[in-house]
Design a protein around this ligand. Structure first.
Ligand SMILES: Nc1ncnc2c1ncn2[C@@H]1O[C@H](COP(=O)(O)OP(=O)(O)OP(=O)(O)O)[C@@H](O)[C@H]1O
Length: 611
């Protein structure tokens, strides 16, 4: 399992790289704004008000203390009424601060949810445009996985950036006050904070590099978690007694994960403690200095509390802002993955002046020396394939496992484009036609069709989702594939939930699922019907009936049947025998038997089994 994985090297991210990643922030805010412009605006406005609160509170506090001292020393500036007014003002400011905090948290969390939903949808939308080939690339998959993580993780980035702006304004207020008193205090402040900032930024880049290098393992952990505890895998895991094997692999991986992470966390914590001591030292040096100035009569007691409070708050704010800067810039680096994902473009596209799919097809499909290699392999899944599929013709593809039958169908549907040679439709390259038209005109049921954990009705309607409201069509498709009898057995008839994943779902047998999947092929008025081993799970009677139906229903249409059962294949007008991706023989059942080649050999082998 581990061998097949691509490993991503642990790279350190330099300060410069992190700074340059900040250029992703405008794009990020564009997405936030698109998620909800009103909530973004509200959050921003609330934070501006909130940023003025610390200095206002401290200043009112200073005025209160000066009043108290004046009243105690019977100074002429003492005024009891003013004192109580100030206390009431401070009380109101405290209430307002609390209210603003709550409103900010609420807006951020709502905005975060909207952002997460919006970006999840954007990811699904973009993923749908990409090629099958791209999904089979593990580097792509890692990117998709990291982009997916962004949809949740980035909501934190959102409030972090907003808080940064808020703290910046608060800091400007406090700094003005501090500079007015003594600019040297600022120097002390910086000296106390810079080591802590450098430390934070160093460890954040280490964290990012580590977490990035762990993406393949994280995917494997998720997969193992799914294997070890899911309804779809439970049966086989039990029968083969795989649980210990899966858990052992999980443990090895998760232990390695834990060890790598904990080493870094411990180092980070030790250095963090050291830097925080430096910060505290800086604060007390400044505090001592302000006390000295007050004792020597250069400033009032109120000013002492104001300055000490400002200094403490400023040092706290700066520290938070600096360490938040590294979090924000790190978050911005993660955004690279997100933005990268959206920059992946599909290769299987259509031209601007693409031709509409012909209706009806006139001369049919022609494979001209078609060859295809899957990504990251030197093996040819198909090679030197030349044959035609005429309108109205029924073609059967036979051949041993791995002979290239399914690949041929995928090429026909342009899920992949040929590596060499070309496929023509009515004399023109398939690439010149509109993709949607092509896919709409092919009714394909793959052997690994999806068993949707949805209703029976929806399971059929997915064959032509535009017609989901067309009840008559769905029911007719069910009748045509012989799936309609299932509805009679279900308590909820067509609205019966299928599969066990959700409440009240009914599980079907393999053959029953196959009938449901077959109904999808009849949902569209496709010109070419392709069934990839459509009857493998059907019993003998059902198979016979399905094919009777199929022949009736596809009259005048082209059809491709992939089957390992020769009783099925022999019904075709022409049979293509594939071996190692190439065309070995072709002809009618009788012709091929007469030729006494591979087809005859395989046919007789199967017939013998029935004797
Ligand atoms: N997604 C893929 N990536 C890489 N190789 C693949 C992929 N799918 C199939 N192959 C390889 O391509 C070859 C042809 O596979 P294909 O699925 O076309 O065979 P098939 O004739 O349909 O087999 P079966 O009868 O078992 O369904 C096989 O050797 C297989 O290993």
């Amino acid at each position: 399992m581990a061998k097949s994985r691509n490993t991503i090297p642990t790279q350190d991210i330099s300060f410069k790289e992190r700074l340059s990643a900040l250029k992703n922030l405008p794009n990020f805010f564009k997405l936030v704004w698109q998620s909800s412009s009103s909530k973004t605006l509200i959050s921003f406005t609330l934070r501006i008000f909130r940023s003025a609160m610390p200095v206002a509170l401290l200043y009112v506090g200073k005025l209160i203390i000066d009043q108290v001292v004046a009243l105690n020393t019977n100074s002429p500036t003492g005024n009891l009424q003013e004192l109580w007014q100030l206390v009431a003002l401070e009380f109101a400011l405290a209430l307002l601060t609390d209210g603003l905090n709550r409103m900010i948290n609420l807006t951020d969390s709502l905005l975060g949810d909207l952002f997460s939903n919006y970006t999840s949808m954007r990811i699904m939308k973009h993923a749908a445009t990409l090629d099958l080939d791209q999904f089979e690339d593990s580097v792509f998959y890692d990117k998709l996985e990291r982009a997916r993580q962004q949809t949740v993780g980035r909501t934190v980035l959102l409030s972090q950036v907003m808080s940064q702006v808020q703290d910046f304004i608060s800091m400007a207020f406090l700094l003005t006050a501090l500079i007015a008193f003594n600019p040297w205090l600022i120097l002390l402040l910086l000296l106390a904070i810079i080591p802590s900032f450098l430390g934070e930024s160093y460890f954040n880049s280490k964290n990012y590099a580590l977490s990035r290098s762990q993406t393949p393992e994280r995917r494997e952990l998720d997969y193992l978690r799914y294997l070890g505890a899911s309804d779809e895998t439970a049966k086989e895991v039990k029968i083969f007694g795989l649980s210990d094997f899966i858990i052992a692999r999980f443990k090895t991986l998760s232990d390695k994960f834990y060890n790598d992470n904990s080493k870094l966390a411990v180092r980070r914590s030790l250095w963090g403690t050291f830097f925080s001591v430096l910060g505290t030292l800086g604060y007390y040096a400044a505090y001592g200095f302000i006390i000295y100035e007050t004792i020597s009569g250069k400033s009032s007691v109120g000013s002492l509390t104001f300055l000490a409070g400002s200094f403490r708050q400023l040092s706290g704010l700066m520290e938070t802002m600096l360490s938040r800067f590294t979090i924000v810039s790190q978050g911005a680096i993660y955004l690279n993955d997100f933005i990268d994902f959206f920059e992946i473009k599909p290769k299987i596209t259509q031209n601007q002046n693409a031709l509409p799919f012909p209706n009806p097809i006139k001369t049919g499909f022609v494979f001209e020396n078609v060859g295809f290699q899957y990504r990251n392999t030197d093996r040819w899944a198909n090679r030197n394939l030349s044959f035609t599929l005429k309108p109205g013709e029924k073609l059967a593809l036979v051949g041993e496992n791995g002979a290239g039958k399914t690949t041929l169908v995928k090429l026909l549907a342009r899920l992949y484009d040929p590596t060499e040679g070309r496929i023509l439709l009515d004399g023109k390259d398939l690439k010149e036609y509109e993709l949607e038209g092509l896919r709409h005109n092919l009714g394909i049921i793959f052997q690994d069709y999806i068993r949707y954990q949805m209703t029976f009705y929806q399971n059929i309607a997915v064959g032509n989702i535009k017609e989901i409201e067309n009840e008559e069509l769905v029911k007719r498709a069910a009748i045509e594939s012989l799936a309609d009898k299932l509805a009679l057995k279900f308590p909820d008839a067509y609205q019966q939930w299928l599969g066990r994943r959700f409440n009240d779902g009914v599980e079907l047998s393999g053959g029953e699922w196959q009938k449901v999947a077959l109904a999808r092929a009849y949902m569209k008025d496709a010109q070419v019907l392709i069934l990839d081993e459509p009857t493998a799970a059907l019993d003998a009677r059902a198979e016979y009936e399905v094919f009777q139906r199929f022949s009736e229903l596809t009259k005048g249409k082209s059809a491709v049947l992939i089957s390992h059962r020769f009783s099925t294949a022999r019904l075709a007008d022409r049979i293509l025998v594939l071996e190692n991706g190439t065309l070995l023989e072709s002809g009618t059942h009788q012709e091929l038997l007469k030729a006494d080649g591979r087809y005859a050999e395989l046919f007789n082998l199967q017939a013998k089994g029935y004797q």
